[in-house]
Design a protein around this ligand. Structure first.
Ligand code: CU
Length: 148
């Protein structure tokens, strides 16, 4: 499946690059344009995620039907960095995996090292609560996980 990642401009990467990519293993990640999702119609990024902020997005993506959720760490033409989806609601026991689609971002406090494109970090949330995180490189790059 081919999709354009031109909206997700990597720090220091080519603008407008088109890549062939597979979405295998991701329950909720969609390509740059929304499309049919086999597992969830609600656990999808906000339109502002990766395009213009704000972070986290105002509306929380309902990911409670999923046991694994993937969040992309992206760049953003306005904020410089973003998450997609940046605001998710999950159930206890759900494993969230962040995949760096662009380099030069971190995930404080979960994974505070600044990482390159391709890096992955996973965390299984076992307690209810609201977990805020951010990239310390880019002011305004925030995300939130609400665990019910
Ligand atoms: Cu960042």
């Amino acid at each position: 499946m081919k999709f354009s990642v031109s909206r997700f401009i990597a720090c220091g990467a080519l603008v407008g690059a088109t890549v062939a990519g597979s979405l295998a293993g991701a329950d909720n990640v969609r390509a740059a344009q929304p499309g049919p999702n086999p597992t969830s119609k609600t656990c999808v990024p906000a339109k502002t995620d990766g395009t213009s902020g704000q972070y986290p997005a105002k509306a929380s993506a309902n990911c409670t039907a999923l046991k694994t959720v993937t969040v992309w760490v992206v760049s953003d033409p306005i904020v410089s960095g973003g998450f997609a989806p940046s605001n998710i609601t999950i159930k206890k026991g759900t494993k969230v995996t962040w995949i760096w689609k662009a380099g030069g971002h971190n995930l404080a406090p979960f994974d505070p090292t600044i990482e390159s494109q391709g890096h992955k970090f996973s965390k299984t949330f076992t307690k209810a609560g609201k977990y805020k995180y951010s990239c310390q490189v880019h002011p305004g790059q925030y995300g939130v996980v609400t665990v019910k």
